[in-house]
Design a protein around this ligand. Structure first.
Ligand code: MN
Ligand code: MN
Length: 462
């Protein structure tokens, strides 16, 4: 090493590709870990399915449903299920809850197409569903790909019928048709944002007419007959349903070297799975560890299953109260990793990034001090002191990490749950995995980064 090389080593902040430095053993561990992650992606395509899957895994690992008023002792493991769409997992610490807890929060809702309350109609002897998109999507990406239908019918007798059609190879899928290029001379002149318009996201669901009789809307009638036989529902039951169309494709490895993962819904299951698997491993932490998998992040965290609600405040309050402590004090002394994705640098779209501050695939878990838009509007800008703490924690544990920003200044922006948690007095910073094609039906991540995200979550909560 020359003098300048030595000095650079000490003084420069240098980013490196994590796969270069990692040994074969670590990479093999990351590969193994990601097999579980891929299975989770396939089993949990909606927030309801993610809550179910997470609670089932938690119960297998000794977690029980939290009972208000019961006294829990250090080492106890409980979960809280909020309406089947948000769940929190808690390992009680040695220190009182009032002295603060360590929270990881990831979201389990992803952009998709919801059915409207009156979705089913027939036109030109084809049956279709009207949809209303959920979250930020580029609408043209959702045409001409196989879709699966997930969700529930809630019936007036109080029962709930679960729906999942299109995931198995032998099950039918659904599709939104696009115009053939031959007849698209007008359509292709539209701006990209209107290439497919919201009211053109109509899903083809059948074409066979009910043949017993003469009449109109026989294809629609036959679809309702099939749904009635399978779920016992009528058209009115769509009024109290939550049915969501998601890509039917399964997660898979990407690339000759299998170093990447392709799947729907990685924003933010790529952080939710690490937060979950980490808390399942936490045993007797000093501070109480809390992992939250939340709903509604993609539409601004609103509603009683989103993190802008008082769900977290009440949860910490309940945990403090069982020890005779104060929940507000607990929150003010708590720390949080808001676990969400960042936009990875894409070789094809480098212009939207500022490369000195962008995140790269395979460079490890990303710490994002702030998101927001324009002059940092709509974000929690983490304090230098808290970022220093997180830096020290990651470095001490030998976790490969990098910093990221959500694109060049003034090019766009976005937000996470960080600001809502920060508003409760908690110290928060965003930490997650860089993603390519974020919010598309098929997003890409790097296995190495996913594994580093898990390592970071575990280190933070254990
Ligand atoms: Mn996200
Ligand atoms: Mn998102």
């Amino acid at each position: 090493m020359t003098e300048s090389e030595k000095l650079k080593e000490t003084l420069f902040c240098q980013k490196k590709n994590g796969r270069l430095a990692a040994g074969d053993e670590l990479l093999a561990e990351a590969d193994r870990y990601c097999e579980g992650y891929k299975a989770f992606l396939n089993a949990a395509k909606t927030e309801r399915e993610a809550v179910k899957e997470a609670i089932s895994k938690a119960e297998q690992n000794g977690f029980t449903a939290f009972q208000y008023g019961k006294a829990y002792k250090a080492g106890d493991k409980v979960y809280i299920n909020n309406r089947g769409k948000t769940a929190a997992f808690v390992v009680v610490g040695e220190d009182p809850v009032e002295t603060g807890v360590n929270i990881t929060a990831a979201h389990i809702d992803s952009p998709r197409l919801d059915l409207k309350p009156n979705p089913l109609y027939e036109e030109l002897e084809l049956a279709l569903f009207k949809t209303h998109y959920y979250g930020g999507i580029k609408k043209y990406q959702w045409t001409a790909i196989p879709l699966a239908l997930h969700g529930v019918f809630a019936l007036t007798d109080g029962s709930v019928k679960e729906v999942s059609i299109g995931e198995e190879d032998d099950e039918p899928k659904f599709v939104i048709n696009d115009l053939l290029p031959h007849l698209s001379s007008e359509q292709v002149k539209r701006p990209l944002s209107e290439g497919i318009k919201g009211e053109e996201l109509n899903v083809l669901v059948g074409s066979h007419p009910f043949r017993e009789d003469k009449g109109s809307e026989l294809v629609k009638l036959n679809i309702l007959k099939l749904l009635n036989e399978k779920y016992g529902v009528t058209e009115a039951d769509f009024l109290s349903a939550e049915l969501e169309l998601v890509p039917a494709a399964k997660s898979c490895d990407i690339g000759f070297d299998r170093s990447l993962i392709g799947s729907y819904g990685q924003d933010d299951r790529v952080c939710a799975y690490p937060a979950l698997t980490a808390i399942l491993e936490v045993e007797h932490p000093k501070k109480t560890a809390v992992a939250i998998l939340t709903d509604k992040e993609e539409i601004g965290s609103m509603g009683n299953t989103g993190l802008e609600s008082d769900f977290l405040r009440f949860l910490i309050g309940d945990l403090a109260a069982m020890q005779g402590g104060d929940g507000t004090l607990a929150l003010r002394r708590s720390k949080c990793l808001s676990a969400d994705v960042n936009a990875g640098m894409d070789p094809t779209f480098q212009d939207v990034m500022e490369r000195r501050n962008a995140s790269f695939l395979n460079y490890g878990v990303v710490v994002t001090k702030y998101t927001g838009a324009r002059g940092k509007a709509g974000t929690s800008d983490a304090s230098a002191e808290y970022v220093a703490e997180v830096r020290a924690l990651l470095d001490r544990a030998g976790i490969t990490w990098q910093t990221g920003e959500l694109g060049r200044v003034d090019i766009g922006g976005g937000g996470t749950v960080a600001m809502y948690i920060a508003n409760m007095g908690v110290d928060v910073v965003d930490l997650g995995v860089p993603v390519l094609s974020m919010h598309s039906p098929f997003e890409t991540t790097a296995k190495f980064d996913v594994y580093m995200c898990y390592r970071a979550m575990l280190e933070f909560m254990k």
